[in-house]
Design a protein around this ligand. Structure first.
Ligand code: SIN
Length: 275
């Protein structure tokens, strides 16, 4: 099994893995801790095998809003059809940051991809934190921020194309709010990671809305630097990403073509502040 970094900072490709072999899982888990995004190439997975692999990382966290796969309701369908314009997940985000215990990460399995396009971009929250000045780092470590599912998956989104086409539903269940440290100590690597994102974070606790908006906007601009990113070009295979260490974004550049992914999300643990 070969582990090849995707960039100088974030992500790695894993070639030649045998996911049924218990002894290689320790190396896969270590690569996940080291690189935050691992792309395990050339795996043909059945839904049962997908779930089996995910359970090696932890309990499954069933997404409340994505259409489930009928035969395996723990698997969420991420789909865009030829006549649809909106891709689910096209804004920068961290899955489930609105939960009091945020998910560890997700495993996306490519079933059908366009010939060109439909990549996923990731960005590292620890590289972004490390590049800030010590004074800003100290200030941010003293803060917490609120996250919510309401404005993203609730009733106000009923008129979105994703809801109208049935790709997102269950709007009444969008009642989650959570306050997390703005800088967390990563549970696996121990690194300090920024923990706010443009889709789910609503405001910074204790700041006025003008102050909170300005601070978040500054961070979002800083975080999006290409030096902290990696881009995954999909082949038949798997991608496992860590929600506590990254943001991700589906690139919506394949209008007129189908893209179908199966996503399994794995439970995490409470996130502690970095010191
Ligand atoms: C997601 O945000 O879960 C989906 C990402 C993708 O489709 O690339």
């Amino acid at each position: 099994m070969e582990i090849k970094p995707l960039t100088g900072g974030l992500g790695a490709e894993i070639i030649g893995a045998d996911l049924t072999d218990d002894s290689s899982f320790a190396d896969i888990q270590q690569a996940f801790a080291d690189h935050s995004v691992i792309v395990i190439r050339n795996q043909e997975f059945s839904p049962d095998e997908h779930l089996q692999f995910a359970r090696r990382f932890g309990e499954i966290n069933v997404n409340r809003f994505f259409t489930p796969l009928q035969s395996h309701p723990e698997i969420a369908i991420v789909f865009k059809d030829t006549d649809q314009k909106e891709a689910v997940g096209e804004g920068w985000h961290t899955d489930h940051s609105y939960d009091k215990i945020p998910a560890m990460g997700s495993i996306l399995h490519a079933i059908e991809t366009p010939n060109v396009g439909g990549d996923t971009l990731f960005v590292s929250m620890s590289l972004a934190f490390d590049a800030l000045s010590p004074t800003m780092q100290k200030f941010l470590k003293s803060l917490s921020a609120w996250h919510s599912s309401r404005h993203v998956f609730g009733a106000e989104t009923l008129s979105s194309e994703a809801a109208e086409t049935g790709r997102l539903s269950n709007q009444d269940a969008a009642t989650q709010d959570a306050c997390h440290p703005l800088v967390i100590r990563h549970p696996l690597s121990g690194k300090s990671c920024l923990f706010v994102n443009p889709v789910f974070t609503t405001h910074v606790e204790g700041l006025s809305s003008t102050e909170s908006d300005a601070l978040l906007q500054m961070l979002y601009t800083h975080i999006q630097q290409p030096e902290f990113q990696c881009r995954v070009r999909w082949q038949a295979g798997d991608d496992t990403w860590d929600n506590r260490a990254t943001w991700h974004k589906a690139i919506n550049d394949y209008h007129g073509h189908r893209r179908l992914m199966h996503r399994v999300t794995v439970e995490g643990c409470a996130v502690d502040p970095a010191h």
